[in-house]
Design a protein around this ligand. Structure first.
Ligand SMILES: [Zn+2]
Length: 551
């Protein structure tokens, strides 16, 4: 239970008071002081890191009557109205509850009117990724030609869910999780000012538990100061916030990896019936699994864990393969994102069972993700594929002491010679993540876009007719990818990766509408071919099923 009083009271009102985002706030402050504010900004990053606060400070600064070095004065008439939340020129919109085209059109209409008092009318759209695709299209038109008095500040925790066309029209700022030290320092300032007696170690524990979110840390501090009622120290803070019990989440991680559903469900039940904060328990679990994955892959581990925790994480990393840890983490992350209000532990329960089912499936050799372990020269792809692929993926290189799980196809009786993934299971998601990871940081030839990010904007991937089909919600993202794939070396790289991860050498990008058309009109009818040709496509390869790529 949190009251958020401290959080609201200590919300920063100057750029320099925003904790841990100096790069962002200094750039914005300079833009204001040089009168070079852009017409649209996209602020993205985890929750509780200061995106909305920064947007409000910017909105105030651009209209301030006496700004100082880009900071708002907080004492002029317009600043005071903004601070009181009464400014008519600062409009805050929650993208989650105003996500339809009608909502956005209504907002855009009002943008045409001049500001009532200041120079700018600022629209802060929070959770902008929640907009429907039609609403996003309408917003895009405004971003292309905004009225000169309008400043748009979009904020999101999921930039990857926003059309690239919108992203490319905004100046982007990435908010980082706030470091434990920065959070602890801030909590110390608050405690000093509010007369909350607290030992530094207690504040560090709160900061660590808040996992990068200053808002969560402030709420935890408030909660602790109300329940403890005395000086906060390491012992009473752990008891009041159940921080030490976080390590119990490691037991659930172990049950999940072992595929032991019964003991896992008991652990979840125990956690809930002891009245622990299930959200924090979930977050600890995800965080532990993340670090186990890091340890398993040979990366350096986080210094903020205790020796006991590290020992347990190292032992788990040793006992399970990277691929098992990866798929468990992914399943938990996905399920926990789904909130079931009436059944607070359902997300965890579903994740536990899904990961156990997935791991037992992975244990059947014929179901393992097939891949070749040698690089095939891209020119030879057509000549070499499809052909028998003889080895399965091995993810154990980072841990040479672990028993290698590499098996040869010949060892498996009755296995089919075509090691293609044929269904839309978790395997496709796993392989897709591994594939896109390979493209992370690689720049496209046309627009210097991150190819991994561009690939990841596809909503779904399917294997259809021996092709890897990338399904895009937005035609603009699909077209962007296709323009990058016009470059033969980029295309060859992608096809080579598709061969390794999916056992197919053709890659196609289509929109959701095209997918529906394709499913309702099988390509052999010729209908889709003519439709695609009307859309500007051309037949590039005559096979029993026509292969079309929009150019
Ligand atoms: Zn002012």
């Amino acid at each position: 239970m949190t009251t958020e009083v401290l959080y609201r009271k200590w919300r920063p009102s100057l750029f320099r008071d925003v904790v841990g985002q100096e790069l962002v706030t200094t750039t914005l402050k300079n833009a204001v002081s040089m009168s070079r504010v852009s017409h649209a900004y996209l602020l993205h990053g985890p929750r509780g890191t200061g995106k909305t606060s920064t947007a409000r400070i910017l909105a105030k600064a651009v209209n301030c009557l006496a700004p100082k070095d880009g900071e708002p004065c907080n004492s002029c008439r317009l600043c005071l109205e903004a601070l009181a939340g009464r400014s008519l020129d600062i409009i805050e919109i929650d993208g989650a509850s105003n996500r339809g085209i009608a909502d956005i059109k209504g907002i855009i209409e009002k943008m045409q009117y001049s500001p009532t008092q200041g120079q700018f009318k600022t629209y802060i759209i929070d959770e902008v990724h929640q907009l429907t695709s039609f609403a996003a299209d309408a917003l895009l038109k405004t971003l292309e030609e905004p009225p000169p008095h309008v400043l748009l500040v979009l904020a999101t925790t999921e930039p990857e869910s926003i059309p690239i066309t919108i992203i490319s029209r905004c100046q982007q700022f990435s908010f980082l999780p706030v470091s434990t030290t920065a959070i602890a320092n801030r909590l110390q300032i608050i405690c000093d000012a509010e007369n909350i007696p607290a030992e530094p170690i207690a504040l560090e524990k709160i900061a660590y538990s808040a996992a990068g979110s200053l808002r969560d840390a402030q709420n935890l501090l408030e909660q602790a100061s109300l329940t403890v009622g005395a000086s906060l120290d390491a012992t009473n803070i752990s008891a009041s916030l159940n921080i030490d019990t976080d390590i119990a989440a490691l037991d659930l991680a172990t049950s999940a990896l072992r595929g032991d559903v019964a003991s896992g469900l008991q652990l979840i039940h125990a956690t809930y019936s002891q009245g622990r904060d299930t959200r924090r328990y979930e977050r600890s679990l995800i965080n532990y699994l993340r670090h186990i994955m890091r340890i398993s892959s040979g990366a350096t581990h986080d210094q903020s864990y205790t020796e006991i925790e590290l020992d347990r994480m190292k032992s788990i990393a040793h006992d399970y393969s990277l691929s098992e840890i990866h798929s468990t983490l992914q399943i938990f992350t996905n399920s926990i994102n789904e909130q079931y209000e009436e059944f607070p532990t359902l997300g965890l329960e579903l994740a536990l069972v899904s990961s156990s089912l997935q791991l037992s499936k992975e244990d059947e050799p014929a179901q393992r993700i097939p891949t070749v372990t040698t690089t095939i020269p891209s020119n030879d792809l057509k000549a070499n594929y499809p052909g028998p692929i003889t080895e399965f993926i091995s993810t154990d290189e980072a841990n040479p002491e672990r028993e290698s799980r590499t098996e040869t196809r010949a060892d498996i009786p009755g296995s089919s010679p075509q090691p293609k993934i044929t269904d839309t299971s978790q395997e496709i998601i796993n392989s897709w993540n591994l594939l896109t990871d390979e493209f992370k940081g690689q720049k496209g030839k046309k627009k210097a876009v991150d190819l991994g990010g561009l690939l990841r904007t596809s909503q779904k991937q399917e294997i259809m007719n021996d092709e890897l089909v990338l399904i895009y919600k937005y035609a603009s993202n699909r077209d962007w990818l296709l323009s990058e794939l016009n470059d033969p070396s980029t295309r060859a790289k992608l096809e080579e990766a598709a061969a390794r991860f999916f056992g197919v050498t053709k890659v196609k990008a289509i929109t959701l509408e095209e997918l529906q058309l394709r499913k309702s009109h099988p390509p052999t009818a010729g209908h889709l071919v003519s439709l695609a040709q009307q859309l500007g496509g051309r037949v590039i390869n005559e096979t029993p099923t026509n292969h079309i790529t929009k150019e």
